[in-house]
Design a protein around this ligand. Structure first.
Ligand SMILES: *Cc1c(COP(=O)(O)O)cnc(C)c1O
Length: 371
């Protein structure tokens, strides 16, 4: 009998801080495909096995759903009537959807004019109270923390520790599919919550300690199912790369709006991840990020959003430069779906051809494209 899949909390119950009476709020998140790149290795002539974990196939189109199912579930359990977040877009889309599911109110703060259209449409459609601020994500994050001291709203940004607990389940899924941890795991880094969450997951699975794991969230199910942990690689956009500069960035700018963050919330944790995993941070220009986004779409059939492509862009460069050894198995997280940001996609694609509605005209187009 095939069991109906009902999301990460039910699937990894023993590894998450929930009890049998916890009111689970789920949209069936998780269980996303791990797709091996098939055409790019020969096209670009490199010797490595790259698999992409396509988190854009979560219910609202990004990995944020893994964290949001936990954060909203725990907010509901605690009797909260409203949630709030600052967002570059995907957190707001996810918060709005899970709040709708839970029957509570969501307030989302977004930087005016700097959020991809798909994400904005989601927050609006799910009935969030959308507050556009004349400021950037970092301003929004600061305001959310100030406001939550005065009014009874639960913050569901990744400073909410339940978010990382939910997000760590992506590492479990990868281990279950590969039979062990990969050699390397690459992610785009904004607030650095996701890279921290993956490291917590990999560490739990390997039964190894990490200073990033919260002490107050013991897991009851400690079955070891991996023999090791991967080296963690965090990639940023060049115009928004505080981990490369070694300090906060005041006016971050990049086409990859999901990682347009100058003051990462998980700053200390991410440095610990780098240290404990012997990994590294890297940066790529907007041009390189968009080029790789297009490569994935054209040659692999995988449409991710610009920020997501930073992971693959980083890995391709580090393979070329020999930092990643030949034959390595690398997992890259594709954090969000390309449909989130149609404007950026259309801006870098060739225009559709316009012809008369005639057989001759269409055959002419076909012939010219096949010769
Ligand atoms: C949130 C987000 C990121 C950044 O994740 P952090 O946990 O903030 O480092 C990257 N890509 C996409 C698509 C996102 O939505």
């Amino acid at each position: 009998m095939i069991k109906h899949y009902t999301g990460i909390i039910e699937h990894y119950r023993g590894r998450l801080p929930v009890s049998l009476s916890t009111p689970v709020v789920s949209l069936g998140e998780g269980n996303t495909p791990l797709i091996e790149l098939k055409n790019l290795p020969s096209l670009l002539q490199f010797d490595a096995r790259i698999l992409v974990k396509f988190e854009g196939l979560n219910p609202t189109g990004s990995f944020k759903d893994r964290g949001m199912t936990m954060a909203v579930t725990k907010a509901l359990e605690a009797g909260s009537k409203a949630i709030i977040c600052a967002s570059t877009g995907n957190t707001s889309a996810s918060a709005a959807a899970y709040a709708a599911r839970a029957g509570i109110i969501s307030f989302v703060l977004i930087p005016e004019g700097k959020i991809a259209f798909g994400k904005l449409s989601q927050a609006m459609m799910h009935g969030a109270v959308v507050i556009q601020i004349r400021g950037n994500f970092d301003d929004g994050m600061r305001l959310v923390q100030e406001v939550a001291r005065d009014v009874p709203v639960t913050i569901v940004n990744s400073i909410n520790p339940y978010r990382l607990q939910g997000q760590k389940t992506a590492a479990f899924e990868i281990i279950e599919e590969l039979g062990d941890a990969p050699d390397f795991h690459a992610l785009p880094v904004g607030n650095a919550g996701n890279i921290t969450a993956h490291w917590i997951g990999y560490s739990e699975a390997a039964g190894l300690p990490t200073a990033t794991a919260p002490a107050d969230m013991p897991v009851s199910d400690k079955r070891v199912f991996s023999s090791r942990r991967p080296m963690m690689l965090g990639y940023q956009a060049a115009g928004s790369a505080p981990f490369m500069r070694g300090k906060m960035v005041e006016n971050p700018d990049t086409v990859a709006t999901a990682i347009r963050i100058g003051h990462p919330m998980s700053w200390n944790q991410a440095w610990i991840v780098r240290e404990e995993s012997s990994g590294w941070f890297g940066e790529r220009t907007d041009e390189e990020i968009l080029y790789v986004q297009k490569l994935l779409a054209r040659h692999e059939g995988i449409f991710c959003e610009p920020a997501s492509a930073a992971s693959v862009a980083g890995v391709l460069r580090d393979i070329t430069e020999g930092r990643i050894p030949p034959g390595a198995t690398i997992v890259c997280t594709l954090t969000g779906h390309g449909l989130k940001d149609p404007d950026t996609a259309i801006a870098q694609s060739s225009r559709p051809v316009s012809v008369d509605a005639s057989r001759d005209a269409i055959e002419a187009v076909i012939i010219s494209n096949m010769s």
